[in-house]
Design a protein around this ligand. Structure first.
Ligand code: SF4
Length: 375
């Protein structure tokens, strides 16, 4: 639960879910909402896949999913898992042997729909392999690939059909006494996805993996995801998220974090508050923010920075941020530290100076956190 009693209008009451483990990462319960992405390399390109996983992990991904379409990919998965800094989810469709191989290769979780992999014996074998290798399972219902009998029953993909599909898959796992599972009910349509997620959230206490599938490119996909996932997260639904973009996985991770940051559900790195700029600006706000975003990518400590073009809003925004800069006259502006006006700085030297101030503040926050943890 994310609660802020000082400002009750910011409270989000998180749905209570069971907690499962994806490798060493807890998902559900009171665990932080995790951010996932998926590689888009050919899995047998082991080097390329590992490089992409490392880049995603560096950007903050807690969990990364890798496709396992054939036996060669299962083999590659073993080495990928060994080198990965984060738990790996193996993405399996239809083929039960891939599921078993992926569990044996060390996948932390299988994304597999037990109702779609054939006979009860095959399902039992996959579940046994998952159990033997401490592997959890994600049931991944997708509006685009609903089972035929549900499409016939409901006529088209609809929230009820998606929830029913999810519950059918859940029942198979439960009948096999397997409970380490989470579930997603994705659709590319935000209304359909949101309704399906609300339905499944009521029908089960399993942790929920949120996603708007095939959301689009960086810009459109970000907006769709922010609306769809943002709305559900605001309602308290969702234990782990994946933003699906036709873009680099690192971008998916960044967008995922920004959505969580906007709702105060999780914090990582510098939250930059900046104005759109106008004729009043005392320095080039847009260029400066662009430069600072790049220069501050390495900061993982949650903190805030305000970059405001002039005194109309600058001092007010700076009040609520760790570091701030407000444009003034004659080629210089005011630097704010912990909400207070501290010193003047010339526009020319300002980017370097702000980077230094942010790094210093991040080190202070980290040291204070470490001291608190040692108490
Ligand atoms: S803070 Fe100042 S520079 Fe920025 S948009 Fe507002 S008036 Fe313009």
């Amino acid at each position: 639960m994310s609660l802020n009693h000082v400002r009750p209008w910011r409270n989000i009451y998180r749905r209570k879910s069971r907690q499962i483990m994806v490798g060493n990462v807890p998902v559900g319960g009171d665990a932080p909402i995790t951010v996932q992405t998926m590689t888009n390399t050919v899995t047998t390109d082991i080097k390329g896949t590992i490089a992409q996983i490392q880049a995603a992990a560096e950007a903050g991904a807690d969990i990364v999913r890798v496709s396992v379409p054939d036996e060669a990919s299962s083999k590659a998965l073993k080495e990928i898992v060994r080198e990965s800094p984060v738990p790996i989810v193996a993405d399996i469709h239809f083929h039960y042997r891939r599921g078993i191989e992926a569990a044996e290769a060390g996948a932390a979780c299988l994304r597999i729909n037990p109702g779609n992999i054939g006979s009860a014996d095959r399902v039992r074998e996959v579940i046994a392999a998952a159990r033997d290798h401490n592997c959890s399972i994600r049931i991944g219902v997708n509006a685009g690939s609903l089972e035929k009998h549900l499409l016939e029953k409901y006529g088209e993909p609809c929230p009820e059909a998606m929830v029913e599909s999810g519950l059918e898959h859940i029942r198979i796992l439960q009948d096999n006494d397997f409970h380490e599972f989470k579930i997603s009910v994705k659709a590319s349509d935000v209304f359909l996805a949101a309704a399906a997620y609300q339905g499944i959230a009521e029908a089960t206490d399993a942790p929920i993996h949120l996603g708007i599938t095939e959301a689009g490119g960086l810009m459109t996909g970000t907006i769709k995801s922010a609306i769809g996932l943002g709305n559900l997260l605001w309602m308290g639904i969702g234990d782990t998220i994946r933003v699906s973009l036709s873009a680099d996985p690192v971008e998916e991770v960044k967008v995922g974090y920004e959505i969580l940051k906007s709702l105060g559900l999780r914090h990582r790195g510098v939250n930059i508050i900046s104005c759109p700029s106008c004729a009043r600006q005392g320095f080039d706000v847009i260029k400066t923010v662009e430069a600072l975003e790049k220069r501050l990518e390495h900061i993982k400590t949650p903190m805030s920075l305000s970059i405001i073009g002039c005194v109309v809003n600058g001092p007010g925004e700076a009040l609520m941020t760790d570091v701030g800069f407000t444009g003034g006259g004659a080629g210089s502006g005011m630097v704010y530290l912990a909400g207070k006006a501290s010193h003047k700085m010339s526009n020319d030297a300002m980017v370097d100076h702000i980077v230094e101030q942010v790094e210093k503040k991040a080190a202070e926050i980290d040291a204070a956190e470490a001291a608190k943890a040692a108490e």
